[in-house]
Design a protein around this ligand. Structure first.
Ligand code: MG
Length: 171
């Protein structure tokens, strides 16, 4: 079966954490700009405070000549607040990834061809697919909140149950 390579969600590069991605690595990908996802990539899901190190990461990219843009499905207000914490780089909020709109807007605003933009994000079904559809470079990172949500609730419940058992045994 033929697979349309623009309609797959296979990343070109994979890193555990966005902070592991250096300007040299971006340059070695042949990219001149990065489009950064926010939730679970640069910030914990729904948070208004950037992940520690993200401001320095952004400054390092910019001072190395790599342009930085935010492409997020988050709403306008939070995207604005977070962009202010990332050296006030440009952003597209409510980008509706896997729509290519955000990456194309980044290309237009930065003056960088889409093929030279590395889209960095945690989700295959939105970030990576959007990058592949647009013809950008798809860079996958692990979601920051991997242990959050239901899994964390179950873990907390299990820990609480274990603590109860231990307490009962001690008594
Ligand atoms: Mg995300």
């Amino acid at each position: 079966m033929l697979v349309n390579k623009n309609e797959n969600a296979i990343p070109d590069y994979y890193y555990r954490h966005i902070l592991d991605i250096t300007p040299d690595k971006i340059k070695n990908m042949g990219a001149e700009a990065v489009a950064v996802d926010l939730d679970n990539t640069a910030v914990h899901f729904g948070s208004f405070r950037l992940e520690d190190g993200m401001r320095e990461w952004t400054e390092n990219m910019l001072s190395s000549g790599i342009k930085v843009y935010i492409v997020t499905n988050a709403l306008l207000g939070r995207a604005f607040i977070l962009s202010r914490q990332m050296c006030s780089v440009g952003f597209t909020a409510i980008s509706l990834k896997p729509s290519t709109r955000g990456i194309e807007t980044a290309s237009r605003r930065l003056g960088v061809p889409v093929s030279k933009i590395a889209m960095i994000g945690d989700k295959l079904s939105s970030d990576v697919l959007a990058a592949n559809r647009a013809g950008a470079i798809a860079v996958k990172v692990e979601p920051l909140n991997k242990s959050s949500g239901k899994a964390a609730k179950y873990a907390a419940a299990a820990a609480a149950a274990a603590a109860t058992v231990v307490t009962a045994v001690i008594k």
